[in-house]
Design a protein around this ligand. Structure first.
Ligand SMILES: [Zn+2]
Length: 668
C-alpha cells in the first residue's frame, strides 16, 4: 500500500473531509496489517475520550448525540409555540417532554404517582388477587415473572400470535445469578445492595430491607436457574412451542390463564406460543411454593424499579449507581433533557419522527439509498450464484428469498396514530403509564387482525438498522443515513464501505445461522438440502471459533456462539458491499484519493462504522449480554478473513491480522 501523504501541504484542503473520510482520524503509527481498527480510528479515539456520562464512545454514539441535538432544537421550537391544539401531535410531544423536565414537580410527587398500583399490590389477599394484579401490571409494562408480546407466527407469517416469554430478573442476564467468576460475583454483590436500597427507599426499615433483599435474591436466583440461556434464545426452533390455552393451563395448574389473558385483552385467544415452557412450568410451581408476601414485595420492587428512572431524584440516583456505574462504568448521569427525550422517543417516537424527517431527511438521500440497496442486491445475487459450496437446488431457494426481500428506507409510509392519548404537562409518570397502556391496547387489538407489512419497529430518528425475519424486510431509519455513515457528497468507495456494508449486514441477517431458518415468506421452514446445511454449519463454525478467542477487559472472552449471527452478517456485509461498489465504480475504480486506492478507501469507510472505545465494565457486560462483538473485532475480524483486504493492504504471513488461507471464513 501507499503511505498516506500526511506531511503534504495539499492535505489542508483534503482535511475538510471532502471524500467522506478524515485522514486525521487515523493512527498511522499502527500498521493496518496488524490492527486495522486502530490504524483507521486510533486518531479519533485519542482525540475523543469517553465523556463521563457515557460507557462507550464512538462514531455511532456521536451520531446519536448529534441526532439528539437536532431533536432538542425541534423540541425547543415546540416549547416556544404558544398555542397548540389539545391532543395534536405537537401537544403530545411538547407536554410529554415538559412533564419530564419538571424535576421540581417530580421531586414533590416523589413515589406518589405509583400509589394506586402499590395499594393494589398491598391489598392482595390470595392467589386470585395476585393473578389479577399481575395482569394489571403487565398492561403498564411491568412484566414479571413472564412477559407477553405480539409477534408474527414463525410458522405462519400471515398471522399474529401472542408469545409468552421468560422474564422477571433485575439483572441483565441469568448468568450473573449462577456463575462464580469474579465479574459475576462483583455485579451480584452490588445488586443485592441495590435491591436492599430500593426497598429502603419505598419505606421498609433497615432490617426489613435486608431480609426482603435476601428473599428477593433467592426468588430471582431460582427464576434464573430455570431460565433458558441467551444462546438458546436465539434459536427460533428452541423457542417455538405452540399450545392451546388448555395446554398452557396444564403447565401451571394454579395460575388462571383465562383470567390473566382476558385482563390483558387476549380473552378470545385459542392458541399462543410459549417460548420457554420449562420456565413457565417452574415459575408456576414457585407461585405455589414461595410465600405470597415475598411475591408481593417482589412485584412492588419491580414496579418501582421499572418506573424508577422517571420518579424523583433519590430513585434516579439509586438506579444509576447500579445500572449506570456498576454495570457500565459510567461516572455521571446524562443530562435530564437527554433522558427525557429518550423516553419521548420510546413512547411516542413516530410523532416526533415525522417532524424530524421533514427537517433532516432530503428526498435525494432516499434516492441514493435505493441505488445502494439495488447494487447490494445485485451483488448478492451474483455471489450466491457463484458459491462453490452450495447445490443448485438450495441456491434457487436462496435467490427466491433474496428476491422477496422488502426494503424500507427513511421513514414509514403510514404513521402511527395516537388519537385519544392524554398527555399532561405536569404528570410524567401518568404520561408514561397512559402511553404504555395505549400501546398495549393497540397491540392486543392487532393480535386478531391482518399482519401489517408496513410497520416499523424503530422510529426514523433512531441511529440503527434492522432485519425482520418474518416480514423478510430490511429497514434503515433516516437518522443513520447521515455522515459519517452516509453522505450524498462522499466518495462512493466510502459510502459503500460504511452504509453499503450496513445494508449488506442486514441482508445477510436473512442468511445468518438464525435468519437462514426462515424462507422467502418469512416462515420458519427449512429450504436447505441436508448436505448444504452441513456445509453452512461447517463454515459458520470457523467464525464461531475465531471470535471465541478474542478477549476484552480482564481476559474475558467473546462468546462465539452468542455473537455468531452478527459476525456472519458483518463478514457477509463487507464482502458483498465491496462487490456492489465494484459494480457501481467499474469505470473509475483506479483513481486514488489522498494516496488511497478505491479498495483501501472502501475498507477505511468500513472501519469507521465501528469506531469506538468503551469502559472495562461495559466490555464485560457486553460480552455477557450483547449479540454484537466489540467494535474492534467487528472490523479486524472480517478484515482478517477477506482476501481483498490482504491484497489492498499487503497483509503477509507474520502480520497480526494474517490467517492461513485454510483458516479463513468464507460463507456468503
Ligand atoms: Zn445485526
Amino acid at each position: 500500500m501507499k503511505a498516506p501523504p500526511y506531511a503534504s501541504s495539499c492535505i489542508l484542503t483534503r482535511m475538510s473531509n471532502h471524500w467522506g473520510f478524515d485522514v486525521r482520524d487515523m493512527d498511522t503509527k499502527i500498521r493496518p496489517q496488524d490492527d486495522f481498527f486502530h490504524y483507521t480510528n486510533g486518531g479519533w479515539i485519542k482525540k475523543n475520550p469517553i465523556p463521563a456520562s457515557e460507557s462507550r464512545w464512538g462514531t455511532f454514539n456521536k451520531l446519536r448525540f448529534d441526532v439528539e441535538k437536532q431533536l432538542r432544537v425541534i423540541m425547543n421550537e415546540l416549547l416556544a409555540t404558544k398555542r397548540v391544539k389539545a391532543g395534536s401531535p405537537e401537544q403530545i410531544i411538547r407536554d410529554f417532554f415538559r412533564s419530564g423536565m419538571g424535576m421540581d414537580r417530580r421531586n414533590e410527587l416523589d413515589i406518589r404517582p405509583l400509589e394506586a398500583y402499590r395499594d393494589d399490590i398491598a391489598a392482595i389477599r390470595n392467589r386470585k388477587d395476585f393473578d389479577r394484579v399481575l395482569a394489571q401490571l403487565s398492561r403498564i409494562g411491568v412484566e414479571v415473572p413472564w412477559s407477553t408480546g405480539l409477534d408474527q407466527d414463525d410458522k405462519n407469517s400471515e398471522q399474529y400470535v401472542l408469545r409468552v416469554s421468560q422474564d422477571g430478573l433485575g439483572l441483565p442476564d441469568r448468568d450473573y445469578y449462577l456463575n462464580d467468576d469474579a465479574e459475576s460475583v462483583r455485579v451480584r454483590t452490588a445488586y443485592v445492595l441495590f435491591v436492599e436500597k430500593l426497598y429502603r427507599l419505598i419505606g421498609s426499615s433497615a432490617k426489613d430491607s435486608r431480609n426482603q433483599a435476601e428473599a428477593h435474591m433467592k426468588l430471582e436466583s431460582a427464576l434464573a436457574k430455570v431460565s433458558m440461556k441467551k444462546e438458546d434464545r436465539r434459536d427460533a426452533d428452541k423457542i417455538y412451542h405452540k399450545m392451546t390455552i388448555a395446554e398452557l393451563q396444564k403447565l401451571t395448574p394454579t395460575f388462571d390463564w383465562s383470567v390473566y389473558l382476558k385482563r390483558i385483552g387476549g380473552g378470545k385467544l385459542k392458541t399462543l406460543i410459549v417460548n420457554q415452557p420449562d420456565f413457565v412450568k417452574a415459575a408456576g410451581k414457585m407461585l405455589d411454593q414461595v410465600p405470597l408476601e415475598t411475591w408481593k414485595r417482589y412485584l412492588e420492587w419491580h414496579l418501582v424499579n421499572d418506573y424508577g428512572g422517571a420518579l424523583s431524584e433519590r430513585f434516579i440516583r439509586a438506579r444509576f449507581s447500579f445500572y449506570g456505574t456498576v454495570l457500565t462504568g459510567t461516572k455521571q448521569m446524562r443530562p435530564l433533557w437527554r433522558r427525557v427525550l429518550g423516553l419521548v422517543n420510546n413512547d411516542v417516537g413516530e410523532l416526533l419522527g415525522k417532524i424530524y424527517v421533514q427537517k433532516h431527511f432530503p428526498p435525494q438521500a432516499k434516492k441514493k439509498m435505493q441505488q445502494l440497496v439495488h447494487d447490494l442486491l445485485e451483488a448478492y445475487e451474483a455471489r450466491i450464484k457463484a458459491l462453490d459450496w452450495m447445490t443448485p437446488a438450495t441456491k434457487k431457494k436462496a435467490l427466491l428469498k433474496l428476491k422477496a426481500l422488502n426494503q424500507k428506507i427513511g421513514y414509514p409510509d403510514k404513521w402511527k396514530s395516537y388519537t385519544g392519548l392524554v398527555i399532561r404537562p405536569d404528570d410524567y409518570i401518568g404520561n408514561i403509564i397512559r402511553s404504555t397502556e395505549y400501546e398495549h391496547k393497540r397491540i392486543m387489538r392487532r393480535l386478531f387482525g391482518k399482519v401489517d407489512r408496513a410497520e416499523w419497529f424503530m422510529s426514523p430518528q433512531t441511529v440503527n438498522a434492522y432485519f425482520s425475519p418474518n416480514l423478510n424486510d430490511i429497514v434503515f431509519p433516516a437518522a443513520i443515513l447521515q455522515p459519517p455513515f452516509f453522505s450524498l457528497d462522499a466518495d462512493d468507495a466510502v459510502n459503500y464501505g460504511t452504509i453499503g456494508a450496513v445494508i449488506g449486514h442486514e441482508i445477510t441477517h436473512g442468511f445468518d445461522d438464525s435468519g437462514a431458518k426462515f424462507d422467502a415468506k418469512g416462515n420458519l421452514k427449512s429450504w436447505w438440502t441436508a448436505e448444504d446445511k452441513k456445509q453452512f454449519e461447517k463454515r459458520t463454525e470457523v467464525l464461531r471459533k475465531q471470535f471465541g478467542e478474542y478477549e476484552v477487559a480482564d481476559g474475558v472472552k467473546v462468546n462465539g456462539k452468542l455473537t455468531l449471527g452478527e459476525n456472519i452478517a458483518d463478514l457477509g456485509g463487507a464482502a458483498i458491499a465491496l462487490d456492489a461498489y465494484r459494480l457501481r465504480a467499474a469505470k473509475d475504480a483506479k483513481v486514488d484519493i489522498d494516496g488511497f486506492s478505491p479498495t483501501q478507501r472502501f475498507f477505511l469507510g468500513f472501519a469507521v462504522f465501528e469506531c469506538e472505545s468503551s469502559r472495562p465494565e461495559v466490555q464485560k457486560t457486553q460480552v455477557l449480554t450483547d449479540p454484537h462483538s466489540p467494535g474492534i473485532f467487528r472490523i479486524n475480524g472480517p478484515a482478517s478473513n477477506l482476501p481483498d483486504f490482504y491484497e489492498a493492504f499487503g497483509v503477509k504471513k507474520g502480520d497480526k491480522l494474517y490467517r492461513d488461507p485454510k483458516n479463513r471464513a468464507k460463507i456468503w
